[in-house]
Design a protein around this ligand. Structure first.
Ligand code: GDP
Length: 424
């Protein structure tokens, strides 16, 4: 069984929590894109964990976790993330974690370039997490990236890194006027943060291909949502990677495989980190109350998130491009405080009501059309069966299902592992 778990919207849909729950049925969990530019928060009996790079299956001893070729990996961040988990008693050995030799390394100069460019842009900044993701992917396309597998030949790296640093300084020093980066600093960084992972590096394509043939269950865990996909998202306010499910087998290392199931994670309201069009945004007291109720602050950066009501237009599009076979609706309990729940049912573009998700200037200028539906006004966090839910909550779920055209299989009513309802 090959299953991808993906975000439907702008990210932060609660994927970490759902992957943690669903991963119990899988032998292997694979991250297939992105880097440490987003975070999953997982709460379980072992504690509360923020995972930026490691797949959520790392919290289960028996699950094998893979960082796939589609990723760009900041090894210093990985080193610290692994250390934090070990301090909390989680065992991480080459048996639990395998790093693709094809993945690229996100180097300190990628982070530096990310910051230099955001600063240069000033008011026109993209709202990057400044973690070097775009510069790292750019180097991959320029064929200048260091691949994880190169760490297995440390003796070749002195010259290799010197060549890259010389090229990078054309931009860092001569372009941005920043102090030059030094080869010896980069090599020291590699020795300190990359080399400890030498025994974790392998050809994950061979490993996963064998696992598929042995009938193992594999889950592909996405970071960020459909609207952050480099091609299908709200470009240029997207990530630099492919966040959609179709990319999962490619970014994971088994391009020949097809997915059996695609679980879309969709939040009961909307949130968005950073810049860019966010049509359903709610402002003032209405927005503040929702942000507080949902605890909407970035897991990776602590930034307050922009919030809005459930966005039918963006969600229907997200479900379509992800090709979802079913959905998990998260954070429904957060809406308990509302007398009436705001739902963005359509957009207005150039004075006309539209139901499709626009792009470019049409999207930038789109206005939300809001309707209010009855709230359920009670604590639903203890509900465990569909029949435990109040009628208004059930109506809300059914309306979303109908609006986006995909069945909701799970409803999450709290952050804990058991706080969910299986709808069918
Ligand atoms: P991700 O990147 O998609 O995993 O999203 P986040 O890291 O932002 O996770 C969402 C946050 O909401 C985390 O703090 C979770 O513990 C929490 N969470 C997830 N599902 C639920 C839910 O159903 N109800 C509530 N109240 N919190 C949830």
């Amino acid at each position: 069984m090959l299953t991808s778990v993906v975000g439907i919207n702008w990210g932060d849909e609660g994927k970490g929590r759902m992957v943690d729950l669903l991963s119990q049925n899988y032998d292997i969990v694979v991250r297939y894109q992105g880097g440490n530019n987003a975070g999953h928060t997982v709460v379980n009996d072992r504690g509360r964990f923020i995972l930026n790079l490691l797949p959520s299956g790392i919290l289960r001893d028996e699950t094998v976790n893979v960082l796939g070729p589609g990723m760009v990996i900041d090894m210093e961040h990985l080193y610290n993330e692994v250390q934090r988990l070990r301090d909390a008693g989680i065992e991480i050995t080459p048996k639990h974690l395998k790093i693709s030799d094809r993945a690229s390394i996100c180097m300190p100069y990628h982070k530096l370039l990310d910051c230099l460019e955001e600063d240069r842009l000033g008011d026109k900044k993209f709202g990057s997490t400044r973690r070097g993701i775009s510069p790292a992917y750019s180097d991959r396309y320029m064929k200048k990236a260091l691949r994880v597998g190169e760490l297995l030949h440390r003796e070749l790296l002195d010259e290799r890194v010197a060549d890259i640093v010389e090229w990078k300084n054309l931009l860092v020093e001569k372009g941005y006027g920043h102090e030059a980066i030094k080869t010896e600093d980069m090599l020291e960084w590699i020795d300190k943060y990359c080399m400890p992972f030498k025994d974790y590096i392998c050809d994950t394509t061979l490993y996963l291909d064998k696992a598929v043939k042995e009938g193992k269950n594999i889950m592909f865990e996405a970071q960020l949502g459909a609207l952050r996909d480099i091609d299908y998202g709200i470009f240029p306010y997207t990530s630099a990677s492919y966040t959609i499910a179709s990319y999962a087998p490619i970014g994971a290392g088994i391009p020949e495989q097809r997915l059996d199931e695609i679980v879309g994670i969709i939040k009961a309201y909307s949130s968005c980190v950073g810049e860019g069009p966010f049509t359903c945004e709610l402002f003032g007291a209405e927005g503040d109350a929702l942000r507080e109720a949902g605890g909407e602050y970035g897991a990776a950066t602590g930034r307050p998130r922009r919030v809005g009501g459930f966005d039918v237009v963006a969600s229907r599009y997200g479900v379509m491009v992800q090709g979802c076979t079913c959905l998990a609706l998260t954070k429904l309990d957060v809406l308990s405080y509302l007398d009436e729940i705001p739902v963005c049912v359509a957009y207005e573009v150039e004075g006309k009501r539209v139901d499709y998700f626009p792009k470019g200037i049409e999207l930038t200028e789109a206005k939300p059309i809001y309707e209010y539906v009855p709230g359920f006004k009670c604590d639903i966090s203890a509900c465990r069966k569909p029949e435990d839910l109040p009628t208004a909550a059930m109506d809300y779920i059914k309306n979303i299902e109908k609006a986006v055209g995909c069945p909701i299989k799970y409803v999450s009513v709290g952050p804990d592992r058991d706080q969910y309802i299986e709808m069918f």
